[in-house]
Design a protein around this ligand. Structure first.
Ligand SMILES: NC(=O)c1ccc[n+]([C@@H]2O[C@H](COP(=O)([O-])OP(=O)(O)OC[C@H]3O[C@@H](n4cnc5c(N)ncnc54)[C@H](O)[C@@H]3O)[C@@H](O)[C@H]2O)c1
Length: 272
């Protein structure tokens, strides 16, 4: 018996990367999983993977930025399993470009998916997590929710917002005596499709951005899922994934706001 045995978990953005690995690792630990994504093909591939491993997932198309659909989806999952203990608000998109070159619609889309998607998943499922008597909210921020960097303004804003929202929720659950634990996840570079699926402002070269991401993303999605679940089982407030994430967290703590001078200088030199 582990923290995950016999529980029901909802994983958003399960059609690729960290979400797929999380769903697979949860299934291995004896959790019944509800998987969802906007990408039908990726979702079907994850479903096959889980079924091949003997699991019986509930799979549904879901855009986490659409609140009414999230409400309907929660009803479907409750009808199917009768209970939900854990939600992994993992779905996310990236966008690269300087704020002065960005259209407001770019900022809005990143916020809609990366921030509001997390808010919808959390708020809509929270009554069910409380009713389970043993709930857990796991929200995926980023190392870019700890420090900001040039050309990631939209993503930084959304991931800092996820962190603030999640930390407030954790304290509320504790202070109000609710049976729900809350964990905020800050991955460093994980070898997923996040850069391939990302968009950028006009003039930036998509393939070059993907290549530079692939050079620095060192952790596998499977390892990321393993680290997340170890942190969840220990009820950690914050889970950092990878040596890069731990180094960045240290930089932020040691230098405070002065990290910005260091990062701006590095970015100026490397043309980032
Ligand atoms: N890979 C990294 O280096 C890294 C680092 C820090 C944080 N993260 C975060 O981890 C999470 C998972 O990303 P990943 O790296 O596995 O990327 P990924 O692109 O491989 O997977 C993300 C999944 O989310 C889905 N998705 C996108 N928009 C959606 C929407 N509106 N509704 C539902 N699903 C949607 C995509 O279709 C995809 O299947 C994201 O929140 C991302 O920001 C990733």
């Amino acid at each position: 018996m582990t923290y995950f045995t016999g529980k029901v978990a909802v994983v958003t953005g399960a059609g690729s990367g960290i979400g797929r690995a999380l769903a697979a690792e949860l299934a291995v630990r004896g959790t019944r999983v509800a998987i969802s994504d906007v990408d039908a093909e990726g979702l079907a591939a994850t479903e096959r993977l889980l079924v091949d491993r003997g699991a019986r997932p509930h799979a549904a198309l879901l855009d986490v930025s659409e609140r009414p659909r999230v409400v309907e989806y929660a009803r479907e999952v409750i009808d199917h399993f009768g209970v939900v203990h854990q939600i992994y608000n993992n779905a996310g998109i990236a966008f690269t470009g300087d704020i002065e070159a960005m259209d407001v619609t770019h900022l809005e889309r990143v916020m809609d998916v990366d921030y509001w998607g997390v808010v919808h998943g959390t708020q809509v499922f929270l009554p069910h997590l409380i009713a389970s008597g043993d709930g857990h909210v796991v929200n995926v921020s980023s190392v870019f929710g700890i420090i900001a960097v040039p050309s990631q303004g939209a993503y930084n804003a959304a991931k800092f917002a996820v962190r603030g929202f999640t930390e407030a929720l954790r304290m509320e659950m504790q202070a109000r005596g609710r049976p729900v634990k809350v964990t905020c996840v800050h991955p460093g570079g994980i070898r997923t499709n996040v850069a391939r699926n990302a968009r950028q402002v006009e003039g930036l070269d998509h393939d070059a951005l993907v290549s530079s991401f692939d050079r620095v993303a060192r952790t596998s999605p499977e390892r990321a899922a393993d680290v997340i679940l170890a942190g969840v089982a220990k009820n950690r407030a914050r889970v950092l994934i990878g040596a890069d994430a731990r180094a960045i967290d240290l930089l932020a703590r040691v230098t405070g706001p002065h990290y910005q001078r260091i990062v701006a200088r590095l970015a100026g030199r490397s043309g980032l």
